[in-house]
Design a protein around this ligand. Sequence first.
Ligand SMILES: [Fe+2]
Ligand SMILES: [Fe+2]
Length: 262
Amino acid sequence: MDWTGWRRHFDERADRPLPTIGTPPPLDARTAARLARTLGVFCVGEGGEGRIAREIDHATLPGIDDDYRVALKGLVREEGRHARILARMLGVLGASPPRRSLGERAFVRLRRLLGRGDPGVRFKLLVLLAVEVVGIAFYAGLAAALPPGDFRASFDDIVADEEAHLRFHVAFFRLQPWPRWVFRTLWWTVAPAAAAAALFGHGRTLRAIGAFDVPARMQRLLAAVDAGVTMPADVPENTKEDLAAARGAIPAVASDSAAPRR
Ligand SMILES: [Fe+2]
Ligand SMILES: [Fe+2]
């Protein structure tokens, strides 16, 4: 696998300015407070991925080379940019800077418990892939539910990044020499749990804002990742897309195992 396209993708986007966020969305005080609480938790999560960028230097998993390592660091930098965008939103909502929640601390501990070395790195990347699903569904759901404005535009900006991250991680997992059932078992254990935890913790926010379709978005993305990772590489392109459609997947994710699309 040639990761230079991905390396270039992240390099070229590294110096993007943060979006202007000057106006809060028209929400009543209670809903705005709920949104701020949710964004605070996501802000901490977005800013907490630095460790994997160091651990990847020592990883020797199939498919990992120096271009992959640099690209992954670029991806982690983009997560840091998302944290800064969310922090700006919090400022506009009049909320104080976020602190690490109990759930977030437990999540980080869980990831650390999962071991060191290559197996630990691979599992952390799987968790990051699950987090991309949660992030895309949440940000896209919020963007769709909010009226046009700074918040919607910023969520759309983040979603575009996260969709590329999802394809990057899918490309990595396609290279792992696992039988399909191993990936499927892990994926359908870890990812729905992450999705359910996020829905449980922030369902009220989503309902208050009217982002009712977030669970359905998650479901589609979970299936898209499964299809994207486990689909054989040698089927013709149109068959791949048929398969993806049949599984309720998103073709741009499921059929892309190489360089990012623009
Ligand atoms: Fe992010
Ligand atoms: Fe991401």
